[in-house]
Write a protein that binds this ligand. Structure first.
Ligand code: GSH
Length: 310
């Protein structure tokens, strides 16, 4: 069956790890039905950019003409769309989402340095390295990451020690018997470690409780997945109308009706320019138009870019 305006499309990398793994695991826990749309791992990504107003990161979810940038918003969208089983019931509405930042802002970037310094296939590709050096100036430097391996591996053991202590009483997941977004956010960087090719891929296995926990999360699978082409995903957006309506739950910062420009934090040649539609504590939404997709509403975390009056 072709995808329609109410179906869930997730733009991700079929063959690349990390945040795509996080999205797929969340879809697996929910046993969601979804369409996977693959994209190139480096710029240019014209079919993603035209949908998101330039946001170049992966994953991005799409329901008709509503677009959700990043795994944090995909979680919120999934919790609303498929409430059971909840990914936040074990940790509560705030703490698991907060702990996700440990996984995504600290542990993940440490594993990026270790994996890219450990003979990662992509880091041997000149085009990939040039793209990431432009996106992460001063951070993405393969020789420097190789040189820093001993220090970074030692730091990784510090994180693994904390996780092993949490799991030491035999619990199945970090908060007990029920898997949580915190589990998935701390799991996917360690799953990414499997892409080392110098022996470092076996570091998580030095901790049996962690290896068993990782296996339990992987066992959720990816849900009920179908494939969709990039052209078909854009056609779904073009045929649909955004469902978001102007709404602010906060009185600070830009408010619905204002014209804004979003300069994305992860390097992109395209800024998102349009009318602000929604303003929430952690997220904003902007109406964007392009001939290929018509009117769409792009939802994104405030941390994803700098917002100024247009
Ligand atoms: N905060 C974002 C981070 C996403 C992210 O960093 N994704 C990586 C891929 S795993 C990315 O987009 N890197 C740049 C690229 O692929 O162009 C999220 O939660 O989804």
């Amino acid at each position: 069956m072709p995808a329609g305006a109410t179906d869930l499309i997730v733009h991700c990398y079929n063959d690349a790890p990390a945040f795509s793994h996080k999205a797929r695991a969340m879809l697996g826990v929910k046993n969601a039905h979804w369409f996977a749309c693959d994209h190139p791992t480096i710029l240019p990504k014209p079919d993603l950019s035209v949908l998101t107003g330039g946001y170049r990161q992966i994953p991005v979810a799409q329901i008709g003409a509503d677009v959700f940038c990043g795994s944090e918003l995909i979680l919120d969208m999934l919790e609303a769309r498929i409430p059971e089983p909840s990914l936040t019931a074990a940790s509560g509405p705030g703490v698991g989402r907060g702990l996700a930042h440990w996984g995504e802002d600290t542990l993940f970037w440490l594993t990026v340095q270790i994996v890219c310094g450990s003979d990662f296939v992509a880091s041997e590709d000149a085009d990939f390295n040039a793209d990431r050096e432009k996106m992460l100036p001063g951070f993405y430097d393969v020789p420097a990451m190789k040189a820093a391996l001993p220090t970074n591996v030692a730091l990784l053991h510090g994180h693994l020690d904390l996780l092993a202590r949490q799991l030491a009483d035999g619990r199945r997941f970090l908060f007990g018997d029920v898997v949580d977004v915190a589990d998935i956010s701390l799991w996917f960087p360690l799953e990414f470690m499997r892409f080392c090719r110098n022996g470092n891929e076996r570091i998580p296995d030095q901790y049996p409780a962690i290896a068993a926990w990782m296996g339990r999360i992987a066992a959720f699978g990816h849900g009920r997945r179908e494939e969709i082409s990039r052209a078909d995903a854009l056609a779904v957006a073009l045929a649909a109308t955004p469902t978001s309506t102007p709404r602010a739950t906060v009185d600070y910062g830009p408010q619905p009706g204002e014209q804004v420009r979003v300069i994305w934090k992860a390097y992109s040649p395209t800024d998102l320019v349009g009318e602000l539609v929604e303003a929430h504590p952690r997220t904003l939404a902007v109406r964007w138009s392009a001939p290929e997709v018509g009117d769409v509403v792009v939802h994104f975390p405030r941390t994803a870019g700098t917002v100024t009056p247009a």
